[in-house]
Design a protein around this ligand. Structure first.
Ligand code: 9D3
Length: 247
């Protein structure tokens, strides 16, 4: 997969992409990530990326020409691409969207800013608008890093054991169960007996039950009909927590 990121703050990306899974995936040739400074696509002496909005109003707006020049240079003749604009007005990022995007051969990420961008760039060049949640950040750079991290770990070979990415929390709409390691008793708190008894069928049942209970308590909206019917038959406590039939 090829990922191109267009930003006015290229230095922000130096840390996160040179650590852990994303770094290893790049070294293994699973993904190629390139960061591009929007200012390199300006043609004036002051490398101006923004201008005042038509019709007045407070802020500034990214000029269309440097954006178009940059995006055109990133669109490759070889294969298809998808241009994603990170903006608070985008569709909320979910695991489902991440899964779809991980199948794309070439993503171009455009980082938004409080300044906004000329609407014609959205119409002419942007295929998808994505937000990472309903809170205000100072730019689309951190959201772009979040999106890249979520996608790259799904690419075949990026995680030693691909099974672990597939069975993750949210992949199946359930929160994770509690986990324990040694010592057997920590600050007076013992590890649940079921986990040390060695009955693996019983352990699997306990973990599933804990995951359902925790989901019912913390994120009842995640429980689908299937989990609900399992709760109703096996775990009446969870039924009491869940307020309404979800979805
Ligand atoms: C006046 C409306 N503001 C939106 C709430 C303007 C505005 C503020 C901050 C527009 C953009 C930004 C910077 N944020 C992003 O570019 C951004 C973002 C975010 O703030 N939250 C969640 N996801 C994203 S993706 C890009």
């Amino acid at each position: 997969m090829q990922i191109d990121i267009l930003t006015i703050f290229p230095e922000m990306f130096e840390g996160p992409f040179n650590q852990s899974i994303v770094e290893k995936a790049q070294k293994a040739g699973i993904v190629r990530i390139r960061i591009h400074d929007l200012r390199n696509f300006t043609e004036d002496r002051h490398r101006t990326v923004d201008d005042t909005p038509y019709g007045g109003g407070g802020g500034m707006v990214f000029r269309p020409e440097p954006l178009a020049r940059a995006l055109q240079s990133l669109i490759s003749a070889e294969g298809p691409h998808r241009t994603i604009f990170l903006t608070p007005e985008g569709r909320p990022l979910t695991q489902r969207l991440t899964n779809h995007l991980s199948l794309e051969p070439h993503l171009i990420l455009l980082c938004g800013h409080y300044r906004g961008i000329d609407e014609r760039i959205r119409t002419l060049y942007v295929n998808e608008e994505v937000s990472i949640g309903d809170y205000v950040l100072s730019g689309g750079e951190l959201p772009a890093m979040v999106l890249v991290d979520a996608i790259v770990r799904l690419l075949p070979g990026a995680i030693g054991n691909f099974e672990s990415a597939q069975s993750d929390s949210f992949q199946e709409d359930l929160l994770d169960c509690p986990w324990y390691t040694r010592p057997r008793v920590f600050e007076g708190m013992p590890v649940p007996d079921v986990l040390v008894n060695g009955n693996h069928r019983e352990i699997a049942r306990w973990r599933r039950r804990q995951a359902i209970l925790r989901t019912a308590e913390r994120r009842p909206e995640l429980l689908d009909r299937e989990a609900l019917s399992e709760m109703e038959t096996e775990i009446p406590e969870a039924r009491a927590i869940t307020p309404e039939a979800p979805r």
